[in-house]
Design a protein around this ligand. Sequence first.
Ligand code: AP5
Ligand code: ZN
Length: 215
Amino acid sequence: MRIVLVGPPGAGKGTQAQFIASHLSIPKISTGDIFRANVSGGTDLGRKAKEYMDRGDLVPDEITIAMVRDRLAEDDAQGGFLLDGFPRNVPQAETLKKILDEFGVRLDIVLELVVDEDEVVRRLSGRRTCTKCEKIWHVDFDDKQDDICDDCGGRLFQRDDDKEEVVRHRLEVYKEQTEPIVQFYGDEGILVRIDATGPVDEVTARALDALRRSE
Ligand code: AP5
Ligand code: ZN
C-alpha cells in the first residue's frame, strides 16, 4: 500500500508509523527523521535544514521535494511505503502526485490523525526519542524514570523543537500550511480521519481497520 499520515505535531504520526509500517512490511519514510539524521551527521542538507527546523518553520520545498523524490526511487519503496511528515503543504501534495504519476502508481489512502491542541502540547512536552533505535517514548505515559531506552539500551534525548514557544509556532504552521492538504485529499476521495486520542494500541487498531476498509 501507499499511505500518507497527516496530523498536527504530536498527533502520534511517528509512533503509529513504526507499528503500521512494520505490520505491512513497507518502509516508513519520515522527512523529519531524515532531516534530523542529516543534522546530527553534519551534512550539507542538515546544515541547510537546521535553521528552519529550530524555528519550527517548514524547510523550503525545493530541498524537501528533491530528498523525497530520491527516497521514493529506492528499491525498497517500489512495493509500497508509508510517508510520515510529507506532504506538508499543497505544492508538496501536487508534486507528490506528479512524482507518483511518473512511477505509474498512486496513493491508496491518506490517514488524518485527529487530536486536540491541549493533548498535543502535553504529548510533545514529555516526548523523548532513542538515539540508537529511534523509538519514541513519553516520560509520563510510558512511566520513564531514566533516560535509557527499554528496547535497546540507547540514550533518550529531547528534540530541540519541542520547546513550548517552538511547539506553538509549529501548530500555527500546521494550521496555515498543512491543513489545506486535508481538503486536497478529501477532494481526491482518499482521506480517512481517525480519532488519535486514547492508548497507542487503540489508535493503531483504528488505523489498521481504516487501511483494511480502503483495500
Ligand atoms: P516532524 O519530525 O515531521 O515533526 P511534526 O510533524 O511536528 O511531528 P512530530 O514528530 O512532532 O509528532 P508526531 O505526530 O510524529 O508525534 P509522535 O509520534 O512523536 O518535522 C520536524 C521539522 O522538520 C518540521 O518542523 C520542519 O522544519 C521539518 N520538516 C519535516 N517534514 C517537512 C516537510 N515535508 N516539508 C518541510 N519541512 C519539513 O508522538 C508525540 C509524543 O506523544 C511522544 O512522546 C509519544 O510517545 C506520545 N504519544 C503518541 N501517541 C500517543 C497516545 N495515543 N497516547 C499518549 N501519548 C502518545
Ligand atoms: Zn532504543
